[in-house]
Ligand binder design. Structure first.
Ligand SMILES: [Zn+2]
Length: 238
């Protein structure tokens, strides 16, 4: 579903109308009846990134279609859309997985990512050609790659949440970013993107890390959100 027309056709078929509204309290809302004959999706007007807006709409479509998601609709906070934050309700995780698969189908993404590597550069290309956000594209790349990979979302120099794929079993530290991480350096300003090998202890808290272990970090600063997106790859395979 790469074009705006595809999304509009799907919304039409489901009997859903999308409206943009002013709101501080939520980013997306679904209003509907339990019979799901039709419904209204309200999206916060302030969302500037088109890919994020499409993701939020697809997230609400998820609540509309998936069984057991709010009889008369759902109210979704920005921090729960596109997010793996700890403590997020299960129905929000499910709606995010639904939106991710609708916008970034596994069968199309997997060969693209497995042929290259899960990187920020590739996620940017994916976001552009699939009309998705950079965050959603990074997350999906981490999920479909064969490598040991994790995605980390940091805000204001601290780790906000992370998501590991099935093969990345390392323990990721929480709290303030380690100064050795490239992400911490990006928050200081000057450069927007950086990748390279960093000491594994900058990110991982495993008790028995190999001596002098390094891990590959690929990070980008999003100044408008005061956040850094990081793809971490265990390129040494320890
Ligand atoms: Zn939701």
């Amino acid at each position: 579903m790469r074009s705006a027309g595809d999304l509009i056709a799907l919304l039409d078929r489901l009997g859903l109308t999308v409206k943009e509204v002013d709101s501080d309290g939520f980013e997306g809302v679904l209003v509907c009846r339990a019979d799901r004959v039709k419904g209204i999706i309200a999206i916060q007007r302030g969302i500037s990134e088109e890919g994020r807006k499409r993701f939020a709409i697809c997230h609400e479509i998820g609540h509309f279609i998936l069984p057991g998601h709010g009889a008369d609709g759902c109210v979704c906070k920005g921090e729960d859309i596109e997010s793996w934050r700890k403590g997020a309700p299960e129905y929000e995780i499910e709606a995010n997985a639904f939106a991710s698969e609708l916008l970034l189908p596994y069968r199309e993404l997997a060969p693209m990512v497995q042929k290259k590597k899960a990187t920020i550069a590739l996620a940017k290309d994916i976001a552009k050609s699939f009309g998705s956000s950079l965050t959603a594209s990074c997350l999906k790349s981490v999920d479909v790659t064969d490598e040991k990979c994790a995605f980390i979302y940091s805000v204001d120099e601290s780790i906000k949440w992370f998501h590991r794929n099935e093969t990345f079993w390392h323990y990721i530290r929480g709290g303030k970013l380690a100064p050795e991480s490239l992400a911490a350096q990006l928050f200081k300003g000057g450069i927007r993107e950086q990748d390279g090998a960093v000491p594994a202890v900058a990110w991982l808290g495993d008790e028995q890390l190999p001596f002098d272990a390094t891990i590959w970090e690929d990070s980008i600063l999003l100044p408008n959100y005061n956040s850094v997106l990081t793809i971490l790859t265990n390129h040494k395979g320890f």
